[in-house]
Design a protein around this ligand. Structure first.
Ligand SMILES: NC(=O)c1ccc[n+]([C@@H]2O[C@H](COP(=O)([O-])OP(=O)(O)OC[C@H]3O[C@@H](n4cnc5c(N)ncnc54)[C@H](O)[C@@H]3O)[C@@H](O)[C@H]2O)c1
Length: 482
């Protein structure tokens, strides 16, 4: 029994509209008052800023945004994107996805997102630093960058470098704020970041897929069987998220990356691509063109329609849409990017029985590890130091007891030095981050699949994920008030 009005394809243009339609489908299954539904759905505020920077003997004016979707928990959290396509609708859609994503993985944040209309490839590092610092200044003076109010992170076109500039800019403006480092996450480890943040979103995609493949009934719903080993995978976008996901899946799970789509074309190899070699080629040449060990396809988007078991869009939104959805052959799609499938395409794929692991779950690894980084910054203690001490103390007790028992039974023996050193060593920061991420991805998937199986009328993992998330946000409003 579904009451969702399928919008006219000719009027479904916006990214926000797509996210809202997905929200609307989910709330039908929840018992919320219309007022509360509306409160959760709408974007609270979007700030637009235009600022000038002296560059190359003249003045250049830039437009940037920071949108806050929901403050049911603070700080609000979400990346900053650098791209010429950035616009108000896009940041609002991305901010709402952040709200739902944080609730799903129980990261205690509201949702936000920012963007700057810029093609970063057109500027030198020095110019980018000046532009970034000025943008950060504009946002920070309105508390849109702030450790307890609004904490950005990397997104398309930005990374550790930009986050370090933002953190430094904020610290200079707030010299007495002892928590200044927590104003942004995704910083380099040497500047208050955390091990494992750079890989986190791609790592989360891998952990999410592993969890999916641990459930044969779920795998069967996609018409597949077995494990990730040998599965043919197509990846769109070999940036931060796509590269790490493709690398880990091929190196650690035996998946075969048969196609990579980039901004300047695509690569195809039935026997599998060497992800590291392609990445190095892109870093040196700015794109995939000319890569020697694969078939080059100029019209890359057609590769989305190739035969494979798993499709991983990890670049832009709206790439699977009303024009190509019917031709997508992959039985399983994991949305590493935000919003890669429009609402219409989602309808077509649902009807075909394609299983979609949705963005709000699939790429939540980034915000999960950002949360660890934020906590590390606020606690002013190396992440895991307390756990490590406790772990070492517990392990020492076991070793002592084993040695005491061996003497007591009169057959003295000694633990090898190798065993002792490995056993006594507490987990390091990277291990703790990875295990925390794995745990988060596993438990979030359990909560979604439980609903997917118990309520067949819900129909798909995306709707189930929205239901879990919206219900948690509603609970927060119910307990705390508006
Ligand atoms: N970085 C994170 O931690 C993070 C977290 C959650 C979600 N995401 C989402 O993941 C997606 C990718 O983000 P990222 O951080 O990897 O960005 P990125 O800038 O590191 O990489 C994006 C890649 O996509 C490629 N690309 C651009 N246009 C393309 C096109 N038309 N066709 C194919 N490839 C194209 C770029 O060349 C680049 O290699 C975005 O949707 C982002 O919102 C990122």
């Amino acid at each position: 029994m579904e009451h969702v009005q399928i919008p006219d394809p000719l009027v479904e243009h916006g990214f926000s509209a797509s996210v809202d339609h997905m929200f609307d489908r989910a709330v039908q299954f929840l018992n919320l008052s219309p007022g509360l539904e509306q409160k959760i759905r709408v974007c609270n505020a979007t700030y637009t800023v235009r600022f000038g920077v002296r560059l190359r003997g003249g003045i250049e004016t830039f437009t940037g945004y920071r949108s806050v979707h929901s403050e049911h928990m603070e700080p609000v959290k979400g990346g900053i994107r650098y791209s010429l396509d950035v616009n108000r609708d896009e940041v609002e859609a991305l901010a709402s996805l952040m709200t739902y994503k944080c609730a799903l993985v129980e990261a205690p944040f509201g949702g936000s997102k920012g963007g700057l209309c810029i093609d970063p490839r057109q500027y030198s590092e020095e110019e980018l630093e000046r532009i970034t610092r000025r943008f950060a200044y504009e946002l920070a003076k309105r508390d849109l960058i702030h450790p307890s109010q609004n904490v950005p992170a990397p997104d398309m076109g930005t990374g550790e470098r930009e986050m370090a500039w933002i953190a430094d800019q904020y610290a200079r403006m707030n010299t007495t704020d002892i928590n200044a480092q927590a104003c942004v996450t995704g910083k380099p480890v040497s500047a208050g970041g955390i091990e494992g943040r750079v890989e986190a979103t791609g790592r989360g995609v891998q952990y999410g897929l592993r969890e999916f493949f641990r459930h044969p009934e779920d795998v069967a719903r996609a018409g597949l069987q077995g494990s990730l080993d040998g599965k043919r995978v197509i990846v769109q976008g070999l940036g931060n998220v796509g590269y790490h996901a493709a690398k880990f899946l091929s190196e650690e799970d035996g998946a075969k990356i048969i196609a990579i789509l980039e901004h300047d074309g695509g690569l195809f190899s039935e026997s599998g691509l060497d992800v590291e070699a392609v990445r190095q080629w892109i870093l040196q040449h700015g794109g995939v063109t000319g890569f020697p060990d694969a078939l080059y396809v100029e019209n890359a988007p057609v590769l989305l329609e190739e035969d494979c078991e798993i499709l991983i869009p990890a670049a832009l939104e709206g790439v699977i849409n009303q024009h190509n959805a019917a031709r997508i052959k992959a039985p399983l799609i994991i949305e590493a990017a935000n919003g890669p499938i429009t609402f219409h395409a989602n309808e077509v794929l649902r009807a075909k029985g394609t299983v979609i692991i949705p963005d709000l779950y699939a790429n939540a690894g980034g915000v999960t590890v950002s949360y660890f980084e934020w906590v590390k910054n606020l606690s002013h203690i190396k992440f895991g130091r307390m756990q490590r001490r406790q772990e070492e103390a517990r392990h020492q007790l076991v070793v002592d007891e084993l040695e005491r028992l061996s003497k007591a039974i009169g057959t003295p023996w000694e633990l090898s030095a190798d065993f002792k050193s490995r056993y006594l060593r507490g987990a390091d920061e990277l291990e703790l981050v990875r295990s925390g991420l794995d745990d988060t991805m596993r438990s979030a998937y359990q909560s979604i699949r439980a609903l997917w199986h118990v309520r067949p009328d819900i129909g798909d993992l995306r709707t189930a994920a929205y239901c879990v998330s919206i219900e948690r946000i509603a609970d927060s409003y119910r307990s705390k008030g508006l």
